[in-house]
Design a protein around this ligand. Structure first.
Ligand code: ADE
Length: 417
């Protein structure tokens, strides 16, 4: 077994962290127990390019229990939990390639290791592995039964590849499953983004004007949580329907040009590039804090910010860089514009990753049992329903069922009008 992690002596601490997360992952645990008995992934090589966290570790353990030969590499240089990476190597015997803070060359060399593994199933959180596969290892695409994508922007990219006719293998949009985006994106990002900002800055939220760029599932989750802590929340959007939703959910809505003057804290959750740029930085207040919880490190135009600045002081505190403008204002960027919830906190809580990763586990099994054609597929709805039922059961919550009379009414056209 080959691997590249920071320090194997961290393995015991990592194991405790993984076991702790597992307590909050009852659905994935049930799937793991079944996989252990049925071995649905026997002989399958899997390469996963995901955030290397305790929750991901429990997914990797599930694949291993199912009989797969698993390799894990990081999908973000600043989200790796080094103790977890060490534990997976030392205690679970997995190949892991991930080191917190790795530079770009190391990051991509790790992705290459994942492809040298010659996987039959791949997983991405942001489409990096599948992009390298298409660019540099295209001859291997025939060996891959299916690839699964965890996040919104990754799915957008894959749909663009499909539309351009360059997609070379079947892909499943895990992000689009209800059990993923309705919970992970909204409640997971909502809570963990607040957590990351507070851990990085220790700022008091009450009374601050917080500008939330993007009112998709992540944006609305964050806007709702930060409002609960007493912030005066402004939402910016490019989509008129979403902007109206934000307005009627009780938020102020305006353009970023207007919001730039008002904000104490700016958080991007859009999935697009350069949402905060020169014309906005020029207007921001002294002391404004800027963070991203949307996509990779592209939402804040740091090159423009650097050009505008007279001086940049890195690490004024861990995860905070100070950009000093010629007019004396300081703007503070968190975690170098990378995902603040994973860079400064621990990502989404295990309880919500339980659902997302249950989708990954069941979808991998589904992809082996079915011959999928080359396009972007949705997760079958029965996987969503099964996971929802199991999650409720794990919380001892029962729900009602339709009576025969109600079933008949719902399927009729001639009753009750
Ligand atoms: N994405 C967001 N939070 C995560 C977590 N805790 N583990 C893996 N991927 C994540």
């Amino acid at each position: 077994m080959e691997y590249h992690v920071k320090d194997e002596s961290l393995a015991d601490a990592g194991k405790r962290r993984i076991d702790w997360a597992n307590r909050d992952m009852p659905v994935l645990s049930l799937i793991r127990e079944r996989f252990e008995k049925e071995k649905p992934l026997e002989g399958v090589k899997m390469s996963a390019c995901l955030h290397v966290t305790a929750e991901t570790a429990n997914l990797m353990r599930t694949f291993k229990a199912g009989g797969a030969d698993v390799l894990l590499c990081a999908s973000n240089p600043l989200s790796t939990q080094d103790d977890v990476a060490a534990a997976l190597v030392v205690h679970d015997g997995l190949s892991v390639y991930a080191i917190y803070g790795e530079d770009d060359d190391t990051y991509y060399s790790h992705i290459k290791e994942a492809l040298t593994h010659r996987p039959n199933i791949t997983m991405d959180d942001g489409a990096d592995l599948i992009t390298v596969l298409h660019n540099d290892y295209a001859d291997q695409t025939k060996e891959i039964k299916c690839s699964m994508e965890e996040t919104t922007t990754g799915v957008m990219r894959l749909r663009a590849m499909e539309a351009d006719g360059v997609l070379k293998l079947p892909v499943i949009a895990v992000n689009d499953a209800k059990m993923k985006h309705l919970f992970d994106n909204r409640y997971g990002t909502g809570q963990s983004t607040v957590d990351g900002i507070i851990r990085a800055t220790d700022m008091l939220i009450a009374g601050k004007t917080v500008v939330v760029a993007g009112y998709g599932w992540c944006g609305r989750g964050f806007a709702d949580r930060i409002r609960g802590m007493g912030a005066n929340v402004v939402v910016t959007e490019v989509d008129a329907t979403r902007a109206l939703e934000a307005l009627m959910d009780g938020f102020r809505v305006m353009s970023m040009e207007e919001a730039a003057v008002e904000g104490h804290l700016f958080v991007t959750l859009t999935g697009d590039i350069h949402v905060l740029r020169k014309s906005h930085f020029e207007k921001m207040k002294n002391g404004a804090v800027i963070a991203n919880s949307g996509h990779f490190n592209v939402e804040i135009d740091l090159d423009e910010l650097r050009e505008l600045s007279e001086k940049v002081v890195e690490d004024v505190k861990v995860n905070i860089d100070e950009y000093i403008m010629p007019d004396g204002r300081s703007l503070f960027v968190l975690a170098k514009g990378r995902l603040i919830n994973l860079a400064a906190a621990e990502g989404h809580p295990a309880s919500v990753m339980d659902m997302s990763f249950a989708v990954q586990a069941l979808t991998s099994e589904y992809s082996l049992k079915n011959d999928l054609d080359v396009r972007v597929h949705d997760v079958p709805s029965d996987i969503d329903e099964l996971i929802a039922g199991l999650k409720l059961e794990s919380m001892n919550i029962s729900i009602d069922t339709l009576t025969d009379e109600q079933v008949k009414y719902l399927s009729s056209w001639d009753q009750g009008t």
